[in-house]
Design a protein. Structure first.
Length: 283
């Protein structure tokens, strides 16, 4: 799947299409609008085709010359939505990790069905406190962030109440390698794996693990992602946080999750893989 996702490009093209409509309704050619605005001749075309994002001032100028001032507020809202689909970590975490953790709390509260596929780390809802601290400490160092790990850990632990409260359901699929990645050291991992054994018995949690020996000829390991009901997908990339809301692409992730879940093992087989990973910590 593309890094920035076709959702972002489609949203940019939709905004550009709306701007083209406003221009043509005003009876202006692209060249004429560019001349009136004092822009390079290619700028109008690039905005309309979604290859360049307009600025807020560009939208104001566009509407001014097209005699459509009533469109400005709606266009600015559309631009903000496009910009919000992909957020660089340096923007999201510029003041530290705590606010970034708090920002997703409303989404967790309103979601009823979570589908989570992880290929590299135990996901947040089923993490222990020490594991959370180890993960966030690594992020802090890697991204050179202010040290508010303790506060951010407390926020994430508080958010975990959705597993135990309300009508929330968690379908979680992990690659077996997640169990073997020693985040925080052997003691932290032992506690984390023991916690996985405990939460896997909760009625709100379905835990599947894809064995390292599984046939992956048609279902490859991919980037980790979260699905929030059928409304939204979140993908954590190296460079930033991608939010997908385009229905066909959300459905695509739903299909991929079903494929990964079908390769996973559950119940006693999943517990056996966890127990083996715990035993390997002392090997």
């Amino acid at each position: 799947m593309p890094t920035r996702s076709s959702s972002v490009q489609q949203a940019k093209q939709a905004l550009g299409g709306r701007l083209r409509e406003i221009r043509t309704e005003a009876g202006l050619t692209a060249r004429r609008l560019g001349h009136l605005a004092g822009w390079h001749p290619s700028k109008v075309s690039k905005i309309e085709h979604g290859t360049t994002n307009p600025t807020v001032q560009d939208l104001r100028t566009w509407c001014e010359h097209c005699n459509a001032p009533e469109q400005i507020s709606e266009l600015i809202a559309s631009l903000r939505a496009v910009e919000g689909m992909f957020i660089e970590w340096r923007r999201l975490e510029r003041t530290g990790l705590r606010l970034a953790q708090e920002s997703v709390a409303p989404l967790w509260e309103r979601t009823r069905n979570f589908r989570i596929y992880s290929s590299f780390v135990v996901p947040g809802p089923v993490q222990t406190g020490p594991y959370i601290t180890a993960v966030l400490s690594g992020i802090m160092v890697r991204r050179n962030l202010p040290d508010d790990v303790n506060e951010a850990t407390a926020v994430r632990e508080l958010r975990q109440r959705v597993i135990y409260e309300g009508d929330h359901r968690f379908a979680i699929v992990l690659e077996e390698s997640v169990l073997r990645s020693r985040i925080g050291g052997a003691e932290t991992m032992s506690g984390q794996l023991g916690h996985l054994l405990a939460v896997s018995s909760l009625p709100s949690v379905s835990l599947g693990i894809i064995p390292a020996t599984a046939d992956r000829s048609t279902t490859w390991p991919i980037e980790s992602f979260w699905m929030f009901d059928d409304e939204q997908v979140a993908v954590e990339l190296v460079s930033g946080y991608l939010t997908i809301t385009q229905p066909t692409e959300v459905a695509m992730y739903g299909g991929v999750f079903a494929e990964q879940a079908a390769v996973a093992v559950y119940g006693a087989q999943a517990r056996a893989l966890i127990i083996a990973a715990i035993a390997a910590l002392d090997a």
